[in-house]
Ligand binder design. Structure first.
Ligand code: C5P
Length: 217
């Protein structure tokens, strides 16, 4: 079956301090959203692209546009409802370093037997500690920790079931895979470079700009 890609681009991105929604902030001469779109348009497995947009923004060429929701998961749910494919690839517009190779690895992983979702992730390089009230409670075992990114690819039925939960459950989820995990689904990590970064702050925007200008894209 043909895959659908959902790009969530409806966030305000206040920490970036831009005069427009983050997905439309200018990155290396183009709206940020266009970089992830390039990689999806260059991926032959992707049959349609649905973009969750802020109010007042039109769908990019060749894409289906839907209005985003109050929280990220609500935007994913709105885009899923407008899509027809299986599996479903979910991508943050705020991750401009997506490549067709990353798309292909995640799609291949979700096609394996018994896998409900496959998520791009990089091994953690910092030591991670849990703290409460400013004091360390414990140090986590770094060897088993992954920093999770997008794309996250799902069998359609698994994502539909995960997103059919009440609004408040969705609002608390920082990624879609956690909703599938909570339902007992099998989520596989797909090792991806840490350079597949998310743009949150002006510093991230500078790093992404340097990486994009020095790449062959
Ligand atoms: O704010 P953050 O960087 O975590 O958002 C991740 C992605 O989710 C961004 O691409 C943003 O546009 C999108 N988003 C959305 N709808 C929301 C909130 C965030 O589409 N309500």
């Amino acid at each position: 079956m043909t895959a659908s890609a959902l790009i969530v681009a409806a966030g305000r991105g206040e920490r970036l301090g831009s005069d427009r929604p983050k997905a439309f902030a200018v990155l290396a001469g183009r709206p940020m959203l266009e970089w992830a779109l390039d990689a999806l348009r260059d991926s032959p497995q992707i049959g349609e692209i649905v973009v969750a947009l802020p109010e007042g923004y039109d769908a990019p060429d060749g894409c289906i546009g839907v209005r985003g929701g109050a929280e990220r998961s609500h935007s994913v749910r709105a885009a899923l409802a407008a899509s027809t494919g299986d599996p479903i690839l979910v991508q943050d517009a705020a991750r401009p370093m997506l490549t067709p190779e990353i798309v292909a690895s995640c799609l291949a992983a979700v096609a394996q037997d018994g896998v409900d979702a496959a998520i791009a992730a990089a091994p953690v390089t910092d030591t991670i500690k849990e703290a409460a009230g400013g004091d360390v409670v414990r140090t986590l075992d770094r060897s088993v920790l992954w920093a999770v990114q997008t794309p996250q690819v799902f069998r359609r039925a698994a994502l539909e079931a995960a997103l059919s939960q009440p609004d408040e459950v969705l609002a608390a989820a920082t990624d879609d895979a956690s909703l599938v995990e909570a339902a007992g689904g099998t989520v596989r990590v797909v090792p991806t470079p840490a350079s597949n970064l998310k743009v949150t702050t002006p510093h991230d925007l500078e790093i992404a700009e340097l990486l994009l200008r020095s790449s062959t894209r």
